[in-house]
Design a protein around this ligand. Structure first.
Ligand code: BGC
Length: 344
């Protein structure tokens, strides 16, 4: 009898104990579930999805996706893993356009974008040009792989001045900006001389919160900045920054002054010019004699003294020209324009 009563007590107690255990588990499950729900509502959705490489797509047992849904790519990394740093540049006299084309199969009509990630910026490179075919070839040869290593979505535009009136670099760059925007909403523009080749791919061809001057030094000047306010050679401005200063002046015919004028416009808008470190912002200048048709502009100082008065009406908003052709060549878009001639 004594044994039976002890056993029945134990059984009763363990029933209560089991009941208690069950209630505790139910409570724990409810808390956990509601916590997760709150967490998933509050958590911001990921803005980018992880890229699935082509060779991983059909792995495993899942059925292959027949729906043709484009695979979302993740954003390219902040620092491209493809960068090589300082490069030895080559300027072989035997180089041909065909060689550069076959080395850049991923470029279509001057445009490229990485296949495995989404670029952080879309950049239009504008190169004013007239009769400098060899320089252009060397630049394309180096610039295409350089930009691809930076994982940029980019396109190269070469803007040719038709006829033999005095050269006007600044007006050609305004035209490049206006024409490139007809193709795509580029967010960043690089204004690039044809004879300057970048030596180090850490010199990033992207825009910043302020306008950027990318040529701190060049071989021909012992890699020293030419003067404190120098803003020539290669510069980077966002679409908005360039619009805000009304672009370049259209009035500088011949060599010199137009880049100083742009600096004044930038400063009038209280913008500040940024430069990459000197050991990175290095260029090789391909040697040439002064071009005929690009004599020193003797009016440049006079024009510069007028910038404050004229910048609002001399620039992008007054850039008149006639597009003679837009050729979509494999390595660049070739825009040829009649830009008129100097008034004086
Ligand atoms: C000219 C600039 C030129 C600079 C460097 C200045 O005197 O006005 O247009 O880029 O010299 O050569």
């Amino acid at each position: 009898m004594g044994i039976f009563s002890t056993v029945s007590k134990v059984v009763r107690r363990s029933k209560y104990f089991l009941l208690l255990l069950l209630s505790l588990s139910v409570l724990a499950w409810i808390t956990n579930f509601s916590g997760e729900t709150v967490k998933s509502i509050l958590a911001p959705r990921a803005t980018t999805q992880t890229f699935i490489r082509g060779d991983e797509m059909n792995s495993g047992t899942a059925e292959p996706d027949q729906s043709n849904t484009p695979i979302e790519k993740g954003e390219c990394p902040q620092v491209s893993p493809l960068l090589k740093g300082a490069m030895n540049l080559s300027f072989a006299s035997s180089l041909k356009l065909k060689d550069v084309e076959s080395a850049n199969k991923g470029v279509t009509e001057g445009e490229y974008e990485p296949s495995d990630c989404t670029s952080r910026q879309s950049v239009a490179i504008l190169i004013p040009h007239r009769s400098r075919e060899k320089h252009l070839l060397y630049l394309l040869h180096h610039l295409h792989p350089f930009l691809q290593r930076q994982q940029l979505h980019y396109a190269i535009y070469v803007i040719q001045q038709a006829g033999d009136a005095t050269f006007n670099r600044a007006k050609l760059l305004n035209i490049g900006y206006l024409e490139a925007l007809k193709d795509y909403g580029w967010e960043c523009f690089i204004f690039h001389d044809v004879d300057l080749v970048p030596e180090n791919d850490h010199n990033l061809y992207v825009c910043d919160k302020q306008p950027k001057h990318l040529v701190v030094g060049r071989n021909s000047t012992g890699y020293k900045l030419r003067y404190k306010g120098y803003f020539g050679g290669v510069t980077a401005m966002t679409r908005e920054q360039f619009l805000q200063v009304n672009g370049f002046s259209n009035s500088y015919w011949g060599w010199g002054g137009e880049d100083d004028d742009l600096r004044v416009r930038v400063e009038l808008q209280k913008m500040k010019i940024l430069r990459p470190p000197a050991d990175v912002a290095r260029y090789t200048m391909v040697f040439h004699n002064r071009d005929s048709g690009n004599q020193i502009n003797k009016y440049r100082m006079g024009l510069l003294s007028q910038t404050l008065q004229v910048w609002k009406k001399d620039g992008l908003n007054s850039c008149s020209y006639k597009t003679l052709s837009v050729e979509r060549l494999p390595l660049y878009v070739n825009v040829t324009a009649d830009i008129g001639k100097p008034q004086v």
